[in-house]
Structure formats: structure tokens, C-alpha cells
Design a binder for this molecule. Structure first.
Ligand SMILES: Nc1nc2c(ncn2[C@@H]2O[C@H](COP(=O)(O)OP(=O)(O)OP(=O)(O)O)[C@@H](O)[C@H]2O)c(=O)[nH]1
Ligand SMILES: [Mg+2]
Ligand SMILES: [Zn+2]
Length: 307
């Protein structure tokens, strides 16, 4: 019997069967992940095979191969990892030009992480009803910059209804992780597209700030339009990706087609001679903001942990 794990408490898993009914299951035996130790072998988003034991309890005995997963260190600097979610179709970052303002640096970081996880990034720019001239210019810039980089962008307002149908279409029948700073309107947007969700606001997230030694378990909320929203208190910025400094440029998709023409094949587009990426920035084929975003991330060791 096959099912989709939609909630995990550590020892029990809530699994949705093909007929949409929910059951509780345990795991049997050891599940190993190659390369690193994990604190939770099964995560939300996992497709699993189960059978009933002699007491009629469901037992998970196989996890299907994952197309991707989001992990974080279970405790800062420890060697153990916690899998937050598996088989994610898209990582949606909700931002706003005001109340609160999201900084482009944060968006670039988020996209690097999502891209490194092989999860398509989507930017939802909310609260357009509050935008004046300056914020409208920011909105236009973001739309241009991130669309050109290959990411889907939508402008929305929970108040005016702008973009809501577009968001519905984006979320339908997909597993989406929704992130963004506190107050940008994540819960409001989700409640708007699916009033049955009735998501709590503000309070929840405060208790699970990043860096604390709490193990947070994600939960998938089924949408009436089909698909699921994963709202994980603790991964507002998708957590941290482990990568070498030199790898960061690989996760700026719009650099790649130019990078093949760099003189050195290990060019990281910082100060190498004959760098086609830097030439493309000068020729305005790559947005300067994105290149600067890259430099910021490259030179900053704080949020992304380098190996
Ligand atoms: N004007 C305006 N206000 C909005 C919009 N979307 C949300 N809000 C308001 O912004 C505030 C924060 O919204 P929430 O949905 O709680 O934000 P959140 O992203 O879920 O915040 P956390 O749960 O703390 O991470 C609420 O007062 C909402 O009513 C919008 O499009 N326009
Ligand atoms: Mg919320
Ligand atoms: Zn280069």
C-alpha cells in the first residue's frame, strides 16, 4: 500500500492514502541516507510503502526515491541533519516592497538555496495595494530581474485581489513550500485562496526562530484546489544550504549561458581575466543587481554555511 506522508511527529507519521483517507503509521527498521546522518528518516512529502503488522498497525517499510529535499543541521554545526520536506515542486518566496520591506539580498539568497536544492523558485510580491511610486518601481524591477533570471514572479494583493487567480493556478496540484518574512502576508494569502485553511497568523512562527535547538516538523496542508502547502515555522528563508563559496555562482541560472565562454572553466566571475559573465554585466545582458547580489553572497559567510 502506498501513501504520501503529510505530517510527522518524530515517531508517528500521518499518511494520506490514494483515496485521500488518512492513517497513522510507524517506521520499521533502519533507513539510511547516503552521505550524511539524519535525525528523521522519513519527512513530509515522502512517498512510502506500508503494510499492516500483526496488531493491525500500519508500518512504513520503503521510502520512494526523492526528487529533492530540504534539509538543515539539526543543531548548529552538528553533523546531523534534519529533513524538513521531500519532493517539493516549488519554493515560493513571498516578499513585499513595504510593510515590511524585503531586501533583494534576501531574495537572492533564497533563490540560491532553492536552486541548489533543485527546487524551482517562485516570487510572490504581495501588498501591491499599499504601493506608491517608489514601491511600484521596486515591483517593476523585481519582476524584470527575477523573470529574466528564469523565476516565476507574480504581483499580488490580498486586499484588492490582484494576482490571486494566478497564485491559485501556480499552487494547484503541487507541493509548495511557502516562505517569507513575518508579516508579508503568507497566511493571509493562503487563507484567501483556500478559506478552509484558516491558518493562524503571526504567533506560531515566533516560537521557532532559526538557530534554536528545537526540532521542527513540517506539516503539509492540503488545498481544496489540489496540492499542498508546506508551512514550516523555522524555514522562513529556506534555512541554510551547504555549499562551497565557489559553487554559489552555479545557482545564478542566468549566469550559466555566459559562463561557458569564460576563459577559465573554473571561473567564479570575481576577478578572473576573460570573464564572460562580467562582460555580460557590463553589456547589460545580466542585471547588475543580480551580479551584486552574487558578490554579496560570495563575500558573506554568515547565512550560507560553507563547507
Ligand atoms: N494591505 C495589505 N495588507 C495585507 C496583505 N496581505 C496581508 N496583509 C496584512 O499583513 C499582516 C500580516 O499578514 P500575515 O498573513 O499574518 O503574515 P505572515 O506572512 O503569515 O506572517 P507570519 O505568520 O508572522 O510569518 C496582516 O495584518 C494582514 O492583514 C495585502 O495584500 N495588503
Ligand atoms: Mg503566518
Ligand atoms: Zn567568469
Amino acid at each position: 500500500m502506498q501513501g504520501l506522508v503529510i505530517k510527522s511527529t518524530g515517531s508517528w507519521y500521518e499518511v494520506e492514502l490514494e483515496d485521500k483517507s488518512l492513517i497513522s503509521a510507524r517506521i520499521r527498521g533502519k533507513f539510511r541516507m547516503e552521505g550524511f546522518k539524519v535525525t528523521n528518516p522519513v519527512a513530509v512529502g515522502d512517498l512510502v510503502d506500508m503494510e499492516k503488522d500483526k496488531d493491525d498497525n500500519y508500518v512504513i517499510y520503503t521510502i520512494h526515491p526523492r526528487k529533492n529535499y530540504i534539509i538543515r543541521r539539526s543543531v548548529n554545526l552538528s553533523k546531523q541533519y534534519h529533513i524538513l520536506a521531500a519532493n517539493v515542486d516549488q519554493a515560493v518566496l513571498m516578499v513585499s516592497a513595504t510593510h515590511p520591506k524585503t531586501y533583494s539580498e534576501f531574495i537572492d539568497r533564497f533563490l540560491v538555496t532553492a536552486t541548489a536544492y533543485h527546487i524551482p523558485g517562485v516570487i510572490v510580491i504581495n501588498k501591491t495595494d499599499l504601493y506608491g511610486v517608489e514601491e511600484m518601481a521596486q515591483l517593476k524591477d523585481w519582476m524584470e530581474i527575477y523573470s529574466a533570471a528564469g523565476y516565476t514572479c507574480v504581483a499580488t494583493s490580498v486586499v484588492s485581489g490582484e494576482g490571486i487567480e494566478e497564485v491559485k493556478a501556480l499552487l494547484a496540484n503541487k507541493i509548495s513550500v511557502v516562505s517569507g518574512h513575518s508579516g508579508v502576508g503568507k497566511s493571509s494569502l493562503v487563507n484567501k485562496i483556500d478559506p478552509s485553511m484558516n491558518l493562524k497568523t503571526a504567533i506560531v512562527s515566533e516560537m521557532h526562530e532559526q538557530g534554536k535547538h528545537t526540532t521542527t516538523f513540517a506539516e503539509m496542508h492540503p488545498l481544496v484546489l489540489g496540492g499542498y502547502i508546506i508551512d514550516t515555522p523555522g524555514i522562513k528563508g529556506l534555512g541554510l544550504a551547504d555549499m562551497k563559496k565557489e559553487e554559489v555562482c552555479k545557482y545564478f541560472p542566468e549566469f550559466l549561458k555566459f559562463a561557458v565562454n569564460c576563459r577559465f572553466n573554473n571561473c567564479i566571475h570575481i576577478k578572473e581575466p576573460g570573464c564572460a559573465v562580467k562582460e555580460a554585466v557590463i553589456a547589460k545582458q545580466i542585471r547588475e543587481e543580480r551580479y551584486n547580489g552574487y558578490l554579496n553572497i560570495y563575500h558573506d559567510d554568515e547565512e550560507i554555511h560553507y563547507r
